[in-house]
Structure formats: structure tokens, C-alpha cells
Design a protein around this ligand. Structure first.
Ligand SMILES: [Zn+2]
Length: 331
């Protein structure tokens, strides 16, 4: 028996039977809903959809868009693999792995509820320090994670901030492309709900597993008996990194340093450069007006690593393709 006929019979027969009884339509409606939600029926509907002429036609129409999407997904993974997402560390527990810890307390009053965690991003401190850190995160981050107010550190912070901003831009761009492709094909809701991954496999689109790896720092207090604990968490996202850069510049400026007096790369400066360049790549001329999902990046003409400052005259807007090939040439 052909599938469509089978499904029609499967759904129609019980409905017809129920419809002839009292309160029939209500029962028929609920039965129809139950059948539609049945996993076996759902699988049949799904296979029918992916096999349909309509789906295959739309898939063909978006093929070029999907190919470009996959290119940008690869680009995201390149940024993730080549970027720097690390900064500072705490030395508490630096040698903790050399000892083993056993709770020998006779009063075993669930004292293992709060156990100090020893890791480079965790600083074990007094309750006072933990509380102060949550009130003044930048100051305490610098003090306890050895973030020094010097030029090398500032360059480091700016590099991390730049890589995070680039990755954020690329990840957001991929999300936009995904929504665009989904809207163009417009599959039934149940396909997106139950067969999301399969939908992307069928379309031929790569799903990016990359999330922005914001460096996270933690101040942790654990009482001597392990009965209580408190933590203060600091996430080095773009606003935190900008605040940290600004603080470092203030301190370096105070020390009359040349680097400290340089303008800093900020979200606002990036936006200003893109506006100045009319949201178009200065190299190949492609613009957001021509390609709505165009990924644009702000590039240092003379790279920061070669002493190029973050000043408007050393900054330019490049599309991701041009920036990628420039990066490849420099490397
Ligand atoms: Zn370009």
C-alpha cells in the first residue's frame, strides 16, 4: 500500500468511526491529535516531507546560501582555534596536585559539601576578599590573578578582547544565516521541533558547535570545616574586557607610557570605523546593502603585533573573506 494512502486510512478510519457516535466530533478531534503526535506517524510524516518535491526544490534553491554558510562556520572554527582566550591566573593551589586530601574528622557532619577547588582560574580567599571582589571585580581580578598594569599585559588584554569580539561577530553572523536558511525553506513546525539536526543534515548545512569561550574567574571562600562557602564570579566578556583595558590605560598613562596613551579598541570604535567605511569592505567593495548577511570585520592596517595602534587612521573595514586572506598572507 502506498504511504500517503496508508496514512489517510490510519487517520481517517478511527475518525469516521468516532464521528458517527455521540460527542463524536470532539472525540474525533482529540483522536486525530493523538495520532498526529504518535512517534511512528511523526516519522512517516517527516520522511514524506524530506522526500517531497517541494523540499528538494527549495533545497536546490538555497544550495549556494548553504555553501556560504558552511564557509563561515569553518571561519568560526578557525578563529576559535587560532585565537587567544586566556588571561592571568591565580597561584593558590599551584602545587595542590602534589598532596592528597582526606577528611578525617570524627564528626563527619557532611563536611564535604564545600570543598575548595584548585585551578588556575580559581582564587581561594577569605570571605572578606570574596565580598570585596564582587564589589570591585576589576581591581581584585588584577590583584589576585597577577594582571599587571604594564604594556605587555595591556597588549594581551586587547588581543583577547579582539579575538572575543571577532568570534562574537562570526558566531552571530552564523546564527543570522541559519535563521535565514530556515525561513527560506520554512519546514513544518514539527520538523524543527523533533528533527532539527536531521533538517540541517538534509539541507547540507553544518551546525557550528562553537560558543564564545569567555575566560571565567572565580574567587572562592570555603570555611575551615567545609560547612559554608561563597564565590564571586567574573566573566571576561566584552564589557569587562573594555573596563579592564581602560583601567590598565589609566594606570599606564599615570606612569607616562607611550602605549598607554594610545587609543583603545572598543565596541564603539569598531562601530565608528564601519560607519565611516559605509558598511563596505574597503578592499573588494562588497557592502551590507548588497549582501545583508555580510560579515564585516575591523582590521588593523599595520597589525598590533607590529606596533600598529588602534587609531582610526590605522583601522579599516574588511569583509571576512578579505580579512581571512590577509591573515593567511601575514601568517
Ligand atoms: Zn572584501
Amino acid at each position: 500500500m502506498p504511504r500517503p494512502l496508508f496514512i489517510t486510512l490510519l487517520v481517517a478510519t478511527p475518525i469516521a468511526v468516532f464521528a458517527s457516535t455521540r460527542n463524536g466530533w470532539l472525540a474525533a478531534l482529540s483522536l486525530a491529535l493523538i495520532i498526529a503526535a504518535n512517534p511512528i506517524v511523526r516519522t512517516i510524516r517527516k520522511n514524506r516531507y524530506f522526500g517531497s518535491e517541494q523540499f528538494r526544490t527549495l533545497k536546490g534553491e538555497v544550495a549556494a546560501v548553504v555553501a556560504e554558510h558552511n564557509d563561515v562556520v569553518n571561519y568560526v572554527m578557525e578563529i576559535r582555534a587560532g585565537g587567544s582566550f586566556e588571561l592571568g591566573s591565580s597561584s593558590t593551589g599551584q602545587h595542590a596536585h602534589l598532596a592528597s586530601f582526606t577528611n578525617t574528622s570524627a564528626w563527619n557532619y557532611r563536611r564535604d559539601r564545600n570543598v575548595a577547588e584548585y585551578a588556575a582560574h580559581v582564587h581561594n580567599a577569605s570571605l572578606q576578599v570574596v565580598r570585596s571582589a564582587s564589589a570591585d571585580p576589576i581591581k581584585y581580578l588584577m590583584k589576585y590573578f597577577a594582571v599587571k598594569a604594564d604594556q605587555d599585559t595591556l597588549a594581551n588584554v586587547q588581543r583577547v578582547a579582539d579575538d572575543i569580539s571577532r568570534l562574537e561577530g562570526a558566531v552571530t553572523n552564523v546564527e543570522g544565516r541559519k535563521e535565514d536558511i530556515t525561513a527560506k525553506i520554512n519546514p513544518p513546525a514539527f520538523v524543527l521541533k523533533y528533527y532539527y539536526d536531521e533538517f540541517w543534515r538534509q539541507v547540507g548545512g553544518k551546525l557550528s558547535p562553537v560558543q564564545v569561550p569567555y575566560p571565567r574567574y572565580k574567587f572562592q571562600y570555603v570555611s575551615a570545616g567545609g560547612n559554608s562557602g561563597q564565590t564571586a564570579n567574573i566573566v571576561l566578556n566584552t564589557p569587562t574586557l573594555e573596563a579592564l583595558s581602560a583601567t590598565l590605560v589609566e594606570k599606564i598613562r599615570w606612569a607616562k607610557s607611550v602605549t598607554g596613551q594610545r587609543a583603545l579598541m572598543t565596541t564603539k570604535l569598531r562601530r565608528d570605523i564601519k560607519t565611516r567605511d559605509r558598511y563596505a569592505c574597503v578592499q573588494c567593495g562588497i557592502s551590507v546593502a548588497a549582501e545583508p548577511h555580510l560579515l564585516l570585520e575591523v582590521d588593523h592596517i599595520i597589525p598590533v603585533s607590529k606596533g600598529g595602534p588602534s587609531l582610526p587612521e590605522n583601522l579599516q573595514t574588511l569583509c571576512w573573506r578579505c580579512n581571512r586572506s590577509k591573515g593567511a598572507k601575514i601568517a
